[in-house]
Write a new protein. Structure first.
Length: 133
């Protein structure tokens, strides 16, 4: 039996990640849906600046921390390990091919999931009456 050493290629709109990494940010925008394309074309300078700063930090083995929750994920970011601020702390996230076109904020939720449990003491009038016994 031969072992399968080939990994599944991640495709985005018919292109592999390697093919997309060769493209400029503005050329990649052509593969996005209209709203994401409009954002990337208007903010390509910010995206390119972030990538250059991130690569410098990666070279120094420093964590890439950011408050930029509205920045779109482009192919050059695939494989980066980012720490995205959620309003209270930084959440560690590794950028994958499925994240292309989405924004950082989608991967660092700002609100915790609601946990519904029993009512505590003083939550209702009935609990006050039980407490006095």
């Amino acid at each position: 039996m031969e072992e399968e050493t080939t990994k599944k290629q991640i495709m985005f709109r018919g292109k592999t990640i390697d093919e997309l990494k060769k493209l400029d940010v503005r050329e990649f925008a052509k593969f996005l849906a209209s709203r994401e394309r409009k954002y990337v074309l208007r903010h390509f300078n910010e995206i390119e600046d972030f990538i250059t700063r991130a690569k410098k930090k990666m070279a120094k083995n420093k964590p890439i921390k950011t408050h930029l929750r509205d920045l779109a994920v482009v192919p050059e970011m695939v494989g980066m390990k980012l720490h995205i601020h959620n309003g209270r702390n930084f959440l560690a996230i590794e950028v994958t091919g499925e994240m292309l076109g989405h924004k950082f904020g989608e991967f660092a939720p700002t609100r915790a999931k609601t946990k519904h449990g029993k009512a505590g003491m003083g939550a209702t009038k009935g609990s006050k009456a039980k407490a006095k016994k």
